[in-house]
Design a protein around this ligand. Structure first.
Ligand SMILES: *Cc1c(COP(=O)(O)O)cnc(C)c1O
Length: 446
């Protein structure tokens, strides 16, 4: 499976954005996150077009938590997307990249006063309210600062997506949003409408992530349109925007077949228009928050292969070959978090037949297996391994576990590569550390 601009050159080397992956490792070291700029931009354009051609009043918020650095914020801005941030650091990053505040929305299920204040002071477009506690803090804060703020209300539609238990968010039993069934969502909207410093913009839901079907979004649309109607009946106001979140899945394996952007847009907008027409409601602005669908397939992680070990395994009556790479849990925690699966390519011999079954192991002091039992051309120490579809929830989830350095990120396009995040240095690891002098003063054991 080749994704985005990936291709294999005449020497059998995997290229991304016209750059040889083995040259990238030589130039920038490994592990290395490679982001395919053309793939990111095309995903944004096609996603937009799929919806705009069916439902003209749309707005697209890139879910920045999927992959964010200042360069990414610049790309998002250029492609005409708005930005969804969910924490102070995300807000800070996009503002520092000169992202226009009037195109930013703030999420979070436990926003701090500091985060809310930063959003108000920056003059972002709106805050998506998650709970009554936060609503009260925001009301206070707006009074104190004598400011106004747009708000949306996040509702939990109570639909149950077919995805990993830990990335479902739309079911009723969740920490996110206001419950619809018990009346909390409408109650929150009433409170907002009574508050002169809050401008009510609409309702929001997000049902889950890595969805490979469209039913969940179709169900959510139904529930949310019914909510629009209840809000109208109870308050006389029809919310002017409906945000259906993100969640569209990507290909981690060639067997994964997410709906195309067109099929997805069709599945969302058809029932939406039909129901609005049936109920005689005006068309709200349809907002989306794709994250993974924009950057997932555009990212590849390059690793160098080190030690290779074949061990007898009685359970399978044979052997297993562990191919150890120079990264793992710290640059990609998803296999451990979500039992996530990945595909890989032997980047320097991508044209050779896959004649052996191996297991790709990380180098942490954990059983951090990245990929179990994958068919590859027999790997050798020194080969470069390209793990695909690592653009979303990898770099942003990286840690310094075992005091590993966070890898660099390079952006590739048209045969050129640019570093957009430098590799951490050993000194970076110590930059916030303090040894109190008293610890060294006495030789006595305390
Ligand atoms: C994570 C998240 C998204 C993006 O989800 P993807 O599956 O990456 O598209 C969108 N909206 C909200 C509120 C989220 O929490």
């Amino acid at each position: 499976m080749l994704l985005g601009t990936q291709s294999v050159n005449s020497q059998g080397v995997l290229q991304i954005g016209g750059c040889s992956t083995t040259d990238l490792v030589k130039q920038y070291g490994s592990p290395l996150y490679v982001m395919d700029e053309f793939a990111i931009r095309s995903a944004m354009r096609s996603y937009r077009k799929a919806f705009e051609s069916r439902y003209p009043r749309t707005a697209f918020y890139y879910a920045s938590k999927a992959f964010l650095c200042m360069a990414m914020a610049v790309i998002v801005e250029q492609e005409g997307f708005c930005m969804d941030v969910a924490a102070l650091g995300e807000l800070y990053t996009v503002l520092r990249a000169d992202f226009p505040p009037e195109r930013i929305a703030l999420h979070g299920n436990n926003k701090s006063r500091q985060e809310l204040l930063a959003a108000v002071e920056a003059g972002i477009d709106h805050i998506i309210l998650d709970n009554f506690y936060e609503l009260a803090i925001l009301e206070d804060l707006l009074k104190e600062t004598n400011r106004q703020m747009g708000v949306m209300v996040r509702a939990t539609p109570g639909v149950d997506p077919k995805t990993h238990r830990l990335i479902r968010t739309g079911q009723a039993d969740t920490k996110f949003g206001f419950n619809i069934k018990d009346g909390s969502a409408v109650q929150a909207i009433k409170l907002v409408q009574q508050c002169p410093s809050m401008m009510f913009k609409g309702v929001h839901c997000h049902v889950g992530s890595q969805l490979l079907e469209t039913e969940t979004h179709e169900q959510a649309v139904q529930v949310m349109v019914n909510l629009l109607q209840s809000v109208y009946q109870e308050t006389g106001i029809v919310p002017d925007a409906l945000n259906i979140g993100g969640g569209l899945g990507v290909r981690y394996l060639s067997s994964h077949q997410p709906p195309s952007y067109d099929a997805f847009a069709e599945a969302v907008t058809e029932p939406l228009k039909a129901m609005l027409d049936k109920l005689g409601l005006p068309y709200p602005e349809l907002q989306q928050e794709p994250g993974r669908a924009i950057v997932g397939e555009a990212g590849t992680t390059l690793y160098s292969i080190g030690a290779i070990k074949t061990v007898p395994v009685d359970e399978i009556g044979g052997t297993r070959t562990y191919v150890n790479i120079d990264g793992g849990l710290s640059d990609n925690p998803r296999p451990q978090l979500y039992e996530a699966v990945y595909s890989c390519i032997l980047a320097n011999r991508a044209d050779e037949p896959a004649d052996s079954k191996v297991t790709i192991a990380g180098k942490h002091c954990e059983t951090d297996i990245l990929i179990w039992d994958v068919d590859l051309p027999s790997p050798r120490s020194g080969d470069v391994l390209a793990v695909q579809t690592t653009g979303a929830y990898n770099f942003v989830m990286a840690s310094n576990y075992n005091r590993f350095l966070r890898p660099a990120v390079v952006l590739v396009n048209n045969g050129k590569s640019e570093m957009i995040v430098k590799r951490q240095t050993l000194d970076d690891l110590l930059s916030n550390e303090v040894v109190p002098p008293y610890l060294r003063e006495s030789s006595e054991i305390r």
